[in-house]
Design a protein around this ligand. Structure first.
Ligand code: SAH
Length: 223
């Protein structure tokens, strides 16, 4: 695992990050807090050094266990839809590279994140920004189960393609809470939904653009 003191955030990286923020603005991201977080967080630290020069392209890249770090636009889009307020208790399904997790933490959320791939979860004890963002708790498990002992949550974000709305997660959302979920619409595309739990327990459903995620899978891996 890479160590923070071995990593460098050069003027080149910073400049590319500024360009990435401009690209995200052009694509319609307006939330200043989200844009500031993307500007502040060195995305290249979350990738293998082989990706150093291209880390600020607006694309997904492979990480371990045949998973991906989400595209910055997707991270910004989902985060913007969540309307994070400082102190929000957020459940994230799909820790992956920890990049989206860090964006949420930078916005002042208390983040509980779950990963089902052991190999990815095993990287979390050496999380680079442990001191800067102590407001993150990493969990190994099946995101379909959520974290019932830590519920309810103000916000829930799913960062993998969900075949259905996970009932147990819906039950762990507070009244007036929001869930942002890419729901399968076809074999290759997911519709981004924002579901708000109304006072009477029913759902307000808002539909946005389509995206392409790796699948949300049941259970957890052994290694
Ligand atoms: N937020 C991550 C996205 C990683 S891709 C990032 O930007 O890096 C989606 C992640 O969801 C993968 O790491 C995958 O292993 C994980 N995942 C898929 N199904 C899951 C489940 N049921 N519970 C927890 N994590 C899951």
């Amino acid at each position: 695992m890479r160590k923070l003191e071995d990593l460098v955030d050069t003027y080149l990286h910073k400049g590319l990050r500024k360009k990435l923020v401009d690209t995200l603005k052009e694509k319609g991201i307006t939330d200043e807090n989200v844009l500031n977080a993307i500007h502040a967080i060195p995305r290249h630290y979350f990738l293998d050094s082989a990706f150093d020069k291209i880390a600020y392209e607006d694309r997904a890249f492979p990480i371990a266990s045949e998973q991906t770090i989400s595209q910055p636009y997707t991270v910004a889009y989902q985060t913007q839809l969540l309307q994070i307020k400082k102190g929000d208790k957020v459940l994230e399904i799909g820790t992956g590279s920890m990049y989206q997790t860090t964006v949420l933490a930078a916005l002042g959320a208390k983040v509980y994140t779950i990963e089902r791939q052991k190999q990815l979860f095993d990287q979390t004890p050496t999380y680079l920004f442990k001191n800067q963002y102590p407001n993150i708790e990493f969990h190994f498990g099946d995101g379909f189960e959520g974290l019932p002992l830590l519920a309810p949550f103000d916000k829930i974000i799913i960062t993998a393609a969900a075949p259905k709305i996970p009932e147990k997660l819906w039950a762990q959302l507070k009244v007036s809470g929001k869930m942002v979920i890419p729901l399968d619409e076809s074999e290759t595309a997911q519709r981004m939904l924002r579901l708000t739990k109304k006072k009477d327990g029913t759902v307000k459903r808002e539909a946005f653009d389509t995206f392409s995620f790796v699948p949300m899978l049941e259970g957890k891996t052994q290694k």
